[in-house]
Design a protein around this ligand. Sequence first.
Ligand code: HT7
Ligand code: ZN
Length: 844
Amino acid sequence: PKTIYLKDYTPFGFTVESVHLTFDLAPRATRVIAKIEFAPNPERTDKTFFLHGEELKLKWAKIDGTEVSPVVTDDGLRCDVPDGPFTWECEVEISPETNTALEGLYMSNGMYCTQCEAEGFRKITYYPDRPDVMSTFTVRIEGDEPVKLSNGNPTGSGDGWAEWHDPWPKPAYLFALVAGNLVNHPDSFTTMSGKDVELNIWVRPGDEHKCAFGMEALKKSMRWDEEVYGREYDLDIFNIVAVDDFNMGAMENKGLNVFNSSCVLASPETSTDDNFERIEAIIAHEYFHNWTGNRITCRDWFQLCLKEGLTVFRDAQFTADMRGEPVKRIHDVIDLRARQFPEDQGPLSHPVRPESFQEINNFYTATVYEKGAEVIGMLKSLVGDEAYYKALDLYFDRQDGQACTIEDWLKVFEDVTGRDLSQFKLWYSQSGTPRVSVADDWSDGTYTLTFKQHTPPTPGQEVKDPKVIPIAVGLLNPNGDEIVPTRMLEMTEAEQSFTFDGLASKPTPSILRGFSAPVVLERVVSREEQAFLLAHDTDPFNRWEANRTLTRNCLVNMITDDAEPDDAWLTGLEKVVRDDTLDPDYRQLMLSGPTQSELAQVLFEQGVTPDPDKIWDASERLRQHIANKWQGWLKDLADQMVVDAPYSPDAEQTGKRALSGALLSLISRLDGGAAAQERFDTADNMTLQLSALTHLIRAGRGDAALEAFYTQWRNDRLVMDKWFGIQVGMADPGVAVDVATALSQHEDFDWKNPNRFRAVMGGLAMNHAGFHRKDGAGYAFLADWLIRLDDKNPQTTARMCSVFQTWKRYDANRQALIREQLERIKAKPKLSRDTDEMVTRILG
Ligand code: HT7
Ligand code: ZN
């Protein structure tokens, strides 16, 4: 496979002035007629006229009305063209019904839909399918489907046809078409300048009752983007469509967002509080792309973080405003450590702006998205809020309508602040997670913190330079009062000291408050000091972090030294969990310990080979110990968390249900699941029902409840995904593979549907000890399925391969078993480029 390099970028030799597309829809023989106005690009270095195209049957092609015979290859066509502007026309035939890769035009439950990011448009017609080629699009759709949608505004419709025109120039990856038997949930929005916008969420008949929440989230997002960033919507209509077969979460096509139905459909009976929160965030994310992604797009796919990092950062700000800042931050850091840190510290490590790829779909990663957002958060901390919003105003002004680079992005910050950001730029080019160690010194009223930074080598990058690291620090006195409020230290050297003068006594530092940089803080802190921070830190993030460290250390000692659980820590934790001045969602987060996979990483870093069975055992023992120790008050507190009002997915109710679920998990260890059974029997919303079911499975009495759940929900595909996932995820490690195997033979296991496939395979991978079963059965089971899926859906197959990325942490026996499976996948005849690249990189 060919490797593409950032350094090789050259502009396309032609500009596209306009695109007219006509679709004559038919499941196996859709005709696509394209009429495209090209002109020579004044900035060109190469005159070659090459149009991308894959899996297309070319019927004819014309230039300025005269038929031509281009040279057609597997990946596109080449043709001689006139020196000046010219009109290109062609007709191709495609087969949406047999398109199982879910890229280009495909069918899902009888409905036509498209997915063009990153390079799917080339499966629709011949085109310069690259983000720096932008044009207006006019689209005519012909077919019997009652609803026919495309980008932009509707310009006409009649019997069997509909036309759309998108006045905003866009790259082909933002093209979309949807046609089918759909019903809409309509609404409207008046923008800040008084323009009325028609809003619709389009769904399959029967799903209408699951649209109201998404619509409210959309309107909140539109208002928020006006109020916080001054960004107004720019078309007469905004459509969202829910699709069942979808490779990722959602897609920001201009004026026609397409969503995985799991990321937009919601009702209290069928969706959990977590689902509601995620849906709100994804709707916001896709909507915010209208400016950060669509109006200002990427010059090339290496710049993906330009739109994704910024849009994730914006959606995190939105969620923090809607639901509370500290809890959102803690959730994001948990997620970053669970997904991005392993990526950045393993064989798949790559810079936020990668410098090469074989298959761009493999770079829609936690590093590009979540670390990309962290980088923007650091930039904002360094320049301050006022300069940040000024720079953003300048960015929207200066770059509107263009396809841009990270250089363009940083330049607006340099111009607004006068700062030189060349060192900061290393965050975009250097991969790996920096490790920051700290030493302190106290003398004559002066407290000194000395930091050292070091980034271990990553694939292709042996040597790293020091980065700019914003380190938020506060100081507490021995009474627990904050004597120095949060100060942003700006570390730029490999080793650097910062002093705090005029202090009466040696303070306790609270370092990296709010997780001010995506680094690993290596600081040996005594148990007493962590307990002090847990009791007194005024920074909610670091207070939570102190507890997380204490939990982790307790578990590590239990695993490595067979130690007893740390009761002194639990006494401190009890105070926080029972402190009713704190929000329930925050108290629940205090109860959530590190995942077993995170513990494996911690052990590995300490030079101990992680044993998944021992990790599982210690985690279970600790939870049982906590339940025993707190049995006197668990039920009382759980009773206080009962919500006595109609269901609402708001932050307040969500927090109460989250804490009550965590308490029920402990109670189930004491009563054998009796309370969970009662909750399961009486639950009137999915949050309570699913959490009760989880505890029943863990208590070893889930069978009847699982059957009842199946009977109740067998016709709801999104709830059935939960049913599949929970059984594998919650299974005892010894039987997880057997449960997954049985479920993969279930009549409702539709392996070509990415949601269902991920429910079972992702559920297994989440079951740490179950997946890493000593005999390698988990690895072999997953590899069998990846080999099978690769022919049908390379994108989903390749993404799932990343569960093997941490393989070098484990013992030699497990490593050999994983290697065997990776090599088996690699040897599969006609392995896709997507999977081949992933497996090759993981093998190293
Ligand atoms: N920009 C989108 C990323 C994307 C995608 C979405 C759905 C299916 C396939 C896809 N490939 C890339 C989603 C986003 O970040 O908003
Ligand atoms: Zn995005």
